[in-house]
Design a protein around this ligand. Sequence first.
Ligand code: URA
Length: 228
Amino acid sequence: MNNKLTKLIKYYSLINHNLIFSNKSINRYNQIQPKIQKDKSENLQRLRENINEIKNCKLKENASNLVFSDGNPNSKVMIVGEGPGANEDKEGLPFVGRAGQLLDKMLHAINLSRKNVYITNVVNYRPPENRKPTEKEVERYLPYLKKHIEIIKPQIILLLGSTAMNAILQDADVISKMRGKWYEIEINKCKLSSIVSFHPAYLLRQPEQKKFSWIDLKMIRDKLNKLK
Ligand code: URA
């Protein structure tokens, strides 16, 4: 195949959103559990218990399950969403509904999966009627999220949507201006590179924005390749 043709195919696969994040289903189940250092798993367990002990919280009172995390605690990449939806509340796992299926496809597009990323949310209980968590609720759960980041010690953090962006990045602008750039940040003495991208639920409503999220994903892929 000549060079021009290869470039053209690459270009078309880049701009054609139907090809980006393909429709092939991905089996996330029956995965072998990763080996985690004892202190890391103990710290995660303690954090989960601390969140479980939260009192006087409307989110918790209305939810069925605590949604703590999914994925590999040893991963270099941590993904932070907004908060659980109905499916996540039912299963006790983040991103298992339609947005989660798209997230899996997005990860797959850069050769990642739940085997090598770690996923959590800003709030760990489902906001009623899938509303956005309030500022007060975000403030209340932020120390737990920061502790979560401190325990996982990722090198890269992907903030999906404006709730995660505003929780972690100070003085953030609108997401369309913030995405596609690296922000070097420090959380609980943990230095990491953060990047903002559109939330998969938003991409389901606005599929033409997938081309921007593809750019962000490739930035993560390139950074990971440099870290290797
Ligand atoms: N949206 C989120 O932000 N998190 C989930 O876990 C599911 C949907």
